[in-house]
Design a protein around this ligand. Sequence first.
Ligand SMILES: CC(C)(COP(=O)(O)OP(=O)(O)OC[C@H]1O[C@@H](n2cnc3c(N)ncnc32)[C@H](O)[C@@H]1OP(=O)(O)O)[C@@H](O)C(=O)NCCC(=O)NCCS
Length: 178
Amino acid sequence: MPELVVPTTAVHRSFLDAWDELDESEDRWMGAHAHSPDESWTRSQAADPAEFARMVAAIRRDAHPAAPMPPDIVHQTVLWWVDGDEWLGRLSIRHVLNRFLLEIGGHIGYVVRPSARRRGHATAMLAASLPVAAGLGIERALVTCDTDNVASRKVIQACGGVFEDQRDNKLRFWVPTT
Ligand SMILES: CC(C)(COP(=O)(O)OP(=O)(O)OC[C@H]1O[C@@H](n2cnc3c(N)ncnc32)[C@H](O)[C@@H]1OP(=O)(O)O)[C@@H](O)C(=O)NCCC(=O)NCCS
């Protein structure tokens, strides 16, 4: 059974395999970056076990309320959706909404690796994240998607998302967390 876990070195091989399924323009979907301090990892850097361990530690640090963040960046809890040692996707929960997140980004963002799509993972992953969001004090999570992202819209609505409005090309939904 897949589950949400904090980033772990245990899925190193599978994380790299998932990255190889993406086009270069989609690199950001792997979430190989951290903010405290600001640092990003390329696919080849992440292939090195020591660098991967450093990346995992850095991503986990971003959830810590005491971690210093750059201006306009809020703390976020990143969780990986894994089944055994298989990395299936990831999700991030931003602890508070700044102006950009309130308008466009929302509280929660998610990605499923291409080879695991259309099997219900995103829906299950978002549902599993809601108690975590509640534990962070988020009573209603703002989740947004592009107007043409049919899959993401279905994911949000399956998790109880209530449509508020469209801003730019984003549809904005509020998802109760309890
Ligand atoms: C959007 C995304 C997370 C969906 O992941 P997923 O695991 O395939 O989603 P699910 O399997 O839970 O599918 C949810 C619904 O969307 C539908 N769906 C999935 N992919 C679809 C597609 N390409 N076109 C149309 N519908 C699609 C599913 O059939 C399902 O519909 P149903 O509830 O009527 O059965 C995934 O496609 C992805 O990672 N995309 C790139 C990143 C992204 O867009 N993230 C969201 C940012 S808001």
